[in-house]
Every structure is written in structure tokens, then in C-alpha cells.
Design a protein around this ligand. Structure first.
Ligand code: NAD
Length: 237
């Protein structure tokens, strides 16, 4: 059965791989992207691209209206959009802190809340949040990012309790280091140091995160909710 799937931040990196995986599986997929244009490969797959900054409530509302008009109410939401603004604590401005919280946590709250309108009506839905291993372990220079990603875990587990009786599952994936633009800023020396701590000895490919997302949204995962699923090569254990 073809479902209406929305992936936030689906124009590149992990979100792009997730959108591609659902589209390949025959679902009706929409992505949001903050700037530029949606990638041609997704347009060719019939994926709907909607420009939307999740920090702006009006843009989120109009994005949902566009997706609903084209694909019907969202049945699977993948809240993937996120940013980093790394800085050691004493150099971290309130603005650096707030910007990351506003996107990663409040933006996700806003996106999930809007999706739940239709899911509650349908008494069915799948929500997958993309957190990070850093939300569980912390990371020097990423206090803002870690706080936002840890916040997603409490947020998801609360919603899993709140929405379970309506057959809506809410799960979290905590990727380790994934080969995307976000990690390309890491220097070679630091990368080698990171890889020494990863039992599988390499970065993940975005498609490996997408596989876990698709599983959590599939008929093979009907009894899984409130779970925090690591896709981290063993880094976080
Ligand atoms: P990326 O920077 O390549 O992509 C981030 C996406 O989020 C982009 O599509 C961007 O447009 C979107 N986005 C950012 N701010 C937005 C806003 N205000 N409104 C709408 N969209 C916005 O990063 P990525 O590596 O693909 O990361 C995707 C997710 O996975 C993020 O939440 C990130 O924190 C998480 N993650 C990444 C890694 C990694 O190693 N790359 C590890 C753990 C978790």
C-alpha cells in the first residue's frame, strides 16, 4: 500500500537517502528543504519538494497544506532536519544555543504536532525522529546539539505513551558518524580518532540510516514504540 510520507530536510545527506528509500518502495513521498532546489533525482522519482523552514510556524502550516493537497494526510513522518553550531561552552553565545534548540527541538515539535492532527483522525501513524548518539553520550563543543538531541528522546518517549492508544508509534534513531556534509567539516586527524572508537571502523552511509527508518515505518515494526535505535557502528554502546 502506498503511504503519504514526509521527510523534513530531505534534499541532501541522510534525509535524501530516506526519501529515496521510501520512493523506491512505492510510497508517495514529500520532502521539505530550507534553501536551493529539490534534487533532480528525487523530482524524477515523483517526490514532491516543498520549501519550508521549520523554525517558521506559517511555513510549516503551508507545507502541510501543500503535501495534504497532493498526497493526502501524512501517514509517516520522518523528522530529520537538524543543524549544528559547535562551540566550547564559554564561547557559545545564547544565539548559538537557541538556534540549535529552535531548529532541532522546537522545529521538530512543530512538525510532529501538525502531522498528528491527521494521524489522530486516522487512528494510525508512524513517526521517526532523527536524534544522534551525541544526544546520549554528549560531546565536547556540542552542548547545544547534545541538549537538543537528548530532548528529542524525552519528547518521543512522552509521545509514545500519549499516542500509543491511537496506534501511532514514535521512535528515535541515534546515528553515529554518517558520511554527509555535516561530518565533512571534520579534519583527517579528528576523523582517525573518531574511527578508532567505532567498532565497525568506518562512518555509516546515509542509506544505512534510511534502512532503519524504513524498518520502523514498516509492517515488521508494528509493536515497536518509544524505542531508541542506534545506527552507530557500535560507537554508543
Ligand atoms: P545535512 O546538513 O546534510 O542536512 C540537514 C538537513 O536539514 C538539510 O536538508 C537542511 O536543509 C535541513 N534543515 C536544517 N535547518 C532547517 C530548518 N530550519 N528548516 C528546514 N530544514 C532545515 O545533515 P545530515 O548529516 O544529513 O543530518 C540529518 C540529520 O541527522 C540531522 O538531524 C543531524 O543532526 C542528524 N545526524 C547526523 C549525523 C551525521 O554524522 N551526519 C549523525 C547523527 C545525527
Amino acid at each position: 500500500m502506498s503511504r503519504s510520507v514526509l521527510v523534513t530536510g530531505g534534499n541532501r545527506g541522510i534525509g535524501l537517502a530516506i526519501a529515496r528509500a521510501f520512493a523506491d518502495g512505492g510510497d508517495k513521498v514529500a520532502i521539505t528543504y530550507r534553501s536551493g532546489e529539490p534534487p533532480e533525482e528525487l523530482t524524477a522519482l515523483g517526490v514532491l519538494g516543498v520549501k519550508c523552514d521549520i523554525t517558521d510556524p506559517e511555513q510549516v502550516e503551508s507545507a502541510y497544506k501543500e503535501v495534504e493537497a497532493s498526497h493526502g494526510p501524512v501517514q509517516v513522518l520522518v523528522a530529520n532536519a537538524g543543524i549544528t553550531r559547535d562551540q566550547l561552552l564559554l564561547r557559545m553565545s545564547e544565539e548559538d544555543f537557541e538556534a540549535v534548540l529552535q531548529t532541532n527541538l522546537t522545529g521538530t515539535f512543530r512538525t510532529v504536532k501538525r502531522a498528528c492532527r491527521g494521524m489522530l483522525r486516522a487512528r494510525s501513524g508512524r513517526i521517526v525522529l532523527i536524534s544522534s548518539v551525541v544526544g546520549l553520550s554528549g560531546a565536547a563543543g556540542q552542548a547545544n546539539y547534545a541538549a537538543s538531541k537528548a530532548g528529542l528522546v524525552g519528547f518521543a518517549r512522552s509521545l509514545a505513551r500519549e499516542l500509543g492508544s491511537r496506534n501511532i508509534t514514535v521512535n528515535v534513531i541515534t546515528p553515529g558518524f554518517v558520511d554527509t556534509a555535516m561530518t565533512q567539516v571534520v579534519g583527517e586527524e579528528r576523523k582517525a580518532e573518531i574511527l578508532r572508537q567505532v567498532p565497525l571502523g568506518r562512518y555509516a552511509q546515509p542509506e544505512e540510516v534510511a534502512d532503519a527508518v524504513r524498518f520502523l515505518a514498516s509492517d515488521q515494526a508494528t509493536y515497536i514504540t518509544g524505542a531508541v535505535v542506534p545506527v552507530d557502528g557500535g560507537l554508543g554502546m
